[in-house]
Design a protein around this ligand. Structure first.
Ligand SMILES: *Cc1c(COP(=O)(O)O)cnc(C)c1O
Length: 388
């Protein structure tokens, strides 16, 4: 590992963990599509690589880059890349929890996270409660003697709630737990939770980090050496690693994260400004709005407010479904964070699995993942789709 070297985010994204290939001079990290590595004598590894589940050079480059993006310095922190965001989450939960332990989840957690804890880890004796993360006192009240993790998303999906990371870190640490932050929605360009006291950051790199809707992946970053070692043990033992080509695609996406995020934010802000006055829209959920409950906190801990916008419609569920089916540039699809704009109806799509639970979302809600197309085209598209 090199000495921690601070650099601007944009520079780290392009160079951290990615020096020109020492053998050929290739300026892009090669796709080391290989399972095993020749040894010079028994146990004589040439470059530390033995078998690609344990470590692979393309994955190492991505892992180093992700650690640099979350910590702000090359060579600081530890990154791990996984086959999906859920694989990353599963590995963190298993490394930190044993039977009888307890996890506090956001009351509007990503549906997959809720399902993993409530329906898979529950079988292995891991218990959970939900709490509104906008209220640190409610989080403290939800903790038990056995709470090992306070799980945080900010902004949340799909209601764009904001949690105060520094306050939650204090609450978690007071109760002997760790603060794990799913930083998928903000991306490290807009928010670096480790700086606010979080112990672990997880990502679905499928979203903004990959950024092109062409790869599924996950990541974990921590600066805790001992925890990183245990996470690496679990990553290798459980085996849900990112493959070489997936690692390469994610690394390619990460290089342009800063410029993409600026454009996502520009476009989202322009759409929000138009939507707040739209006669068919009853509410616009966006942390950049001064009227948003979490605006001040978001302003403090985020660089800008992101590319995700949710709206509620006067015409209820019927209008929400109709709008999703009428757009021509916004594609009706799950997922988010790609260069192309997506639209979806959370109640019947991404959040169908939480219907009837505390995490149920309103049926008149439409979620937009605002892409980087020309903003006038996006405005015109929404306008024609919202027309009653
Ligand atoms: C998509 C998503 C996940 C799950 O990641 P996958 O890559 O789909 O496994 C977790 N958290 C959030 C906030 C997400 O949007």
């Amino acid at each position: 590992m090199t000495d921690p070297r601070p650099a601007a985010f944009e520079t780290l994204a392009i160079h951290a963990g990615q020096p020109p290939d020492p053998t050929t001079g290739a300026v892009v990290v090669p796709i080391h599509q290989v399972s095993t590595f020749a040894q010079d004598g028994v146990g004589g590894l040439r470059a530390g690589y033995e078998y690609s589940r344990s470590a692979n050079p393309t994955r190492t480059a991505l892992e180093s880059c992700l650690a640099a993006l979350e910590t702000g310095a090359e060579g600081e922190g530890h990154g791990l890349a996984f086959a999906s965001g859920m694989a990353a989450e599963d590995t963190v939960l298993r490394a930190l929890c044993q039977p009888g332990d307890h996890v506090v989840l956001p009351d509007d957690a990503y549906g997959g996270t809720f399902r993993l804890v409530a329906r898979v880890l529950s079988r292995w004796g891991v218990e959970h409660s939900t709490a509104s993360l906008a209220d640190p006192d409610a989080v403290a009240a939800a903790m038990t003697e056995r709470t090992r993790i306070v799980w945080c998303e900010t902004p949340t999906n799909p209601l764009l709630g904001v949690a105060d990371l520094a306050a939650l870190a204090a609450v978690a640490h007071d109760g002997g737990a760790r603060l794990v932050v799913d930083n998928t929605f903000a991306s490290p360009y807009l928010q670096q939770p480790l700086r606010w006291g979080a112990d672990v950051v997880v990502h679905s790199t499928t979203k903004y980090l990959g950024g092109h809707s062409d790869v599924v992946g996950g990541a974990v970053v921590t600066v805790d050496e001992e925890l990183a070692e245990d996470l690496r043990f679990h990553q290798n033992a459980m085996g849900a690693v990112a493959g070489p080509f997936d690692s390469w695609l994610t690394l390619r996406g990460a290089k342009t994260l800063a410029v993409r995020m600026e454009r996502h934010c520009d476009n989202a802000e322009a759409l929000v400004a138009a939507l707040v006055d739209h006669p068919e829209v009853t509410a616009v959920l966006y942390p950049g709005l001064a009227t948003h409950l979490g605006h001040e906190v978001a302003q403090r801990q985020m660089r800008r407010f992101g590319g995700m916008v949710s709206i509620r419609l006067r015409g209820g569920e019927a209008a929400a479904r109709r709008t999703c089916e009428r757009t021509r540039i916004f594609t009706l699809a799950e997922s988010l964070g790609g260069v192309e704009s997506l639209i979806e109806h959370p109640a019947s799509m991404t959040h169908a699995s939480v219907a009837g639970s505390a995490l149920e979302v309103p049926a008149d809600l439409v979620r937009l993942s605002v892409g980087i197309e020309a903003v006038d085209d996006l405005l015109a598209d929404l306008d024609q789709a919202l027309d009653a």
